[in-house]
Design a protein around this ligand. Structure first.
Ligand code: JB2
Length: 208
C-alpha cells in the first residue's frame, strides 16, 4: 500500500513494481476525488488505514514529498502496526556498507556510497549522490541531481533543492531548506532557508 497518489507516488510505484517481493494493493490519498495513480486504485483516505490493517495489509510506503507530512504519516502508520518498506531503484547504487533505515526512497541514478547512513523516511531523489560516511537524518529530501561529498551531516527534515552541491565535511542542521543550485561551502544551522553560490542563510525560521 502506498500513501499518496501524486507525482512522487508515481515514481515510487514504478520502483516498487520492479521488486518481485512486493504486491501492490493500492494508494491512500487525502484527495478522494483521485481514482488511480500509475494504474493503482485509490482505496480511500487515511480513515481506511486501520481497516486495511485488519484485512491483513502489513506493509506501507509513504510517497509524499512534504517532509513534515511524510514524517507524520510514517509515525501514524507505525502506531497502527504497519511496517515501512523501502523503495530502492534497481538502477541506483548502494554500498554494502551503507546503512538504510525504513521507509526510504532511492530513485534511479542515485548513489549512496560507503558507510553512508540514510535516516527513515528520507528521499534520495533521481541522480542524487551521497558520498562516503555522510549521515542523512529522518524525513529528509535530497532532491534530484544533488551532490553531497564525503562526511556531510544533514539533520532531520532538511530539504536540499534540485542540484544542491555540498563540499565535504559540512554540517546542515535539521529542517533547513536549501534552494536549488546552491553550493554549500560553509555549514548551515537548523531551521534556516539558505540559497546561492556560495550558499548563504537568508532566513532563520521560528515557525517550525
Ligand atoms: O495527510 C495526507 C496527505 N496530505 C497530502 N494523507 C494522504 N493519504 N495523502 C495526503 N496528501 C496527498 O499527497 C495529496 O492529496 C496529493 O495527492 C499528494 C501529493 O501529491 P503532489 O503531486 O502534490 O506532490 P508529491 O508529494 O507527489 O510530489 C512532490 O514531491 C516530490 C518529491 C513534488 O514536489 C514533486 O515535484 C517531487 N518530485
Amino acid at each position: 500500500m502506498v500513501l499518496g497518489a501524486g507525482g512522487h507516488a508515481k515514481v515510487v510505484i514504478d520502483i516498487l513494481r520492479a521488486d518481485p517481493r512486493v504486491e501492490l494493493v493500492g494508494c491512500i490519498d487525502r484527495d478522494t476525488s483521485l481514482r488511480h495513480a500509475a494504474g493503482l486504485p485509490v482505496l480511500g483516505d487515511d480513515s481506511v488505514l486501520a481497516g486495511l490493517y485488519a484485512q491483513g495489509i502489513r506493509h506501507a510506503f509513504v510517497a509524499i514529498g512534504s517532509n513534515r507530512v511524510r514524517q507524520r504519516l510514517g509515525e501514524q502508520l507505525e502506531s497502527l502496526g504497519f511496517r515501512l518498506v523501502n523503495a530502492i531503484s534497481p538502477f541506483s547504487w548502494i554500498s554494502d556498507s551503507a546503512q538504510l533505515e525504513d521507509g526510504i526512497a532511492v530513485m534511479p541514478g542515485a548513489v549512496v556510497n560507503a558507510e553512508a547512513k540514510i535516516g527513515r523516511l528520507s528521499i534520495i531523489n533521481t541522480g542524487a549522490t551521497v558520498d562516503h560516511e555522510c549521515s542523512i537524518g529522518e524525513a529528509c529530501h535530497i532532491a534530484p541531481g544533488s551532490t553531497l561529498s564525503g562526511n556531510v551531516t544533514v539533520g532531520s527534515g532538511t530539504f536540499l533543492g534540485t542540484g544542491t552541491r555540498v563540499i565535504d565535511g559540512m554540517e546542515i542542521g535539521p529542517w533547513a531548506m536549501v534552494g536549488a543550485g546552491s553550493v554549500v561551502i560553509r555549514s548551515l544551522p537548523g531551521h534556516c532557508t539558505a540559497v546561492g553560490v556560495p550558499c548563504r542563510v537568508i532566513k532563520l525560521r521560528t515557525d517550525d
